[in-house]
Design a protein around this ligand. Structure first.
Ligand code: GSH
Length: 204
């Protein structure tokens, strides 16, 4: 098995953390899909990372499918609730929300890379609204609990931590910690885990 990923992708970071938590050895092939030398489209027609290349040459994408596959492949460090369908679906909803915040944040990054006269402020504001409402929802869903969904660390925490880390990486000026101290405390707990510490995006 081999993972094709960029070191800055929050979706790839989620998969890398899941691999490390579950102690699954998987070499990493770094590929930056925006570069002309990228070969990721040979493995994923959408041209996006992460992609998991299986031993038989078949491929898995996107990150949610890869995570599901990994969770089903190894009983080590269960990251999805096993005994409650309701908790399982709620964990997936956390993941959808966290990934959706990353989708909106990535749209802003891409838009701001366009020449200034081609950028749409309306589009940027629309995406920013998703980020802002997403953070508000994460915070109110977390409340005073230690972990996102239930009493145990799960994929919900991993996805949320990767989204918060991506905001810090791409928008260091965005102060989400002051309005949402419960998310700040969660992020601190997550940052202390080796799997998070080892996958922090490199300085741009
Ligand atoms: N839903 C996908 C999102 C993947 C994604 O958007 N990856 C970005 C990197 S952060 C990418 O490869 N973008 C290249 C492109 O959109 O062409 C997942 O969860 O894997």
């Amino acid at each position: 098995m081999k993972l094709i990923a960029s070191l800055t992708s929050p979706y790839a970071r989620k998969v890398r953390i899941v691999l490390a938590e579950k102690k699954i050895d998987c070499p990493l092939q770094v590929d930056i899909p925006w570069e002309t030398t990228s070969t990721v489209a040979d493995f994923n027609p959408l041209g996006k990372v992460p992609v998991l290349i299986m031993d038989d040459g078949s491929t898995l994408y996107d990150s949610r499918v890869i995570v599901e596959y990994l969770e089903n492949s190894s009983p080590v460090s269960r990251l999805l609730p096993q005994d409650s369908k309701r908790m399982l679906i709620e964990t997936r909803r956390w993941e959808a929300l966290a990934d959706g915040i990353c989708d909106a944040a990535a749209c802003i990054v891409v838009e701001k890379r366009r020449p200034a006269d081609k950028q749409s402020q309306e589009w940027i504001d629309r995406q920013q609204g998703k980020v802002d409402r997403g953070l508000q929802a994460l915070s109110s869903m977390l409340g005073e609990r230690q972990w996102c969904n239930g009493e145990a660390y799960s994929l919900a925490d991993i996805a949320t931590g990767c989204a918060l880390g991506f905001l810090d990486f791409r928008f260091p000026q965005l102060d989400w910690r002051s309005p949402y101290p419960n998310l700040a405390a969660l992020e601190e707990r997550l940052a202390a885990r080796p799997t998070f510490a080892e996958t922090v995006p490199p300085a741009a």
